[in-house]
Design a protein around this ligand. Structure first.
Ligand SMILES: CC(C)(COP(=O)(O)OP(=O)(O)OC[C@H]1O[C@@H](n2cnc3c(N)ncnc32)[C@H](O)[C@@H]1OP(=O)(O)O)[C@@H](O)C(=O)NCCC(=O)NCCS
Length: 220
């Protein structure tokens, strides 16, 4: 089997047979979990998917030799889960290549696939973190995938690692010159995001849901 024939990128968004990969996160699973359990455990994610799939959200999985090793999720500003706006732009919620498969151009393949699929888009935006203590989409990683920071804000969690500041960057990759860059609602970031409960900025993380906080971050 040559390398390209062993790689397949599948849009799982409207494919019931992949619903467990759509609701649960593909890499945070030490054991197989039943779909119903995933649905019960991720009500925010389920609500998010129900509202944005009709608006054109795409979740794609990269299979390598039959095993899922990478994912990307993106959509228009109306469908994506990040507070970024702009005309004719696409927002990337997430990209992830499993550690065992990193460094083999799979990340670039998913980005190229997104750009090819969204040929009307004049640019692509996402968020990245800097000085964050856990692995997530770090600024330097996204820079390697062709994005650059166009703005940033310094935040801290209200209930976790109090006093430790980190930066959130608005990352942008424009397709051509003379494109108006996106804007973002920094205030909205204080409420966190709700499309993925593994995301470091997830609203329900670190006891915020239990303590009834609405704004879970503050400026640093
Ligand atoms: C960012 C990420 C998607 C890149 O995927 P990848 O398949 O490893 O990257 P590629 O092989 O396509 O390489 C892309 C570029 O990044 C560089 N790169 C990748 N890993 C690197 C590393 N550890 N150190 C330095 N450079 C690296 C490559 O050299 C390449 O750059 P170049 O074109 O200038 O040579 C991947 O590292 C990742 O998933 N990181 C974790 C992201 C995460 O936490 N997501 C959120 C989950 S909730």
């Amino acid at each position: 089997m040559n390398r390209s024939s062993s790689i397949e990128i599948i849009d799982i968004t409207n494919k019931p047979e992949y619903e467990h990969l759509l609701v649960g996160c593909i890499f945070h699973r030490k054991k197989e979990i039943q779909l119903q359990e995933l649905i019960n455990g991720n009500p925010e994610r389920v609500r998010y998917l129900e509202s944005v799939i009709p608006k054109g959200l795409h979740t794609k999985i990269l299979f390598w030799k039959g095993d899922y090793v990478g994912m990307i999720e993106y959509g228009s500003p109306e469908a994506a889960g990040l507070p970024i706006s702009g005309e004719n732009i696409i927002i990337m919620n997430c990209i992830w290549i499993h550690r065992k498969a990193q460094g083999q151009s799979f990340g670039k393949m998913l980005i190229d696939d997104m750009i090819r699929s969204e040929e009307q888009a004049c640019g692509f935006a996402t968020l990245a973190l800097e000085d964050y203590w856990m692995i997530w989409i770090q600024k330097w990683m996204i820079e390697h995938l062709g994005f650059r920071s166009i703005d940033s804000i310094k935040l801290k969690h209200k209930t976790y690692k109090k006093g430790q500041c980190f930066k959130v960057h608005l990352m942008w990759r424009s397709i051509s010159d003379n494109v108006t860059p996106p804007t973002w609602d920094k205030r909205q970031l204080l409420y966190g995001i709700n499309y993925c409960h593994h995301h470091p900025l997830y609203w329900g993380k670190y006891g915020c849901a239990k303590s009834g906080l609405t704004e879970i971050h503050e400026k640093c």
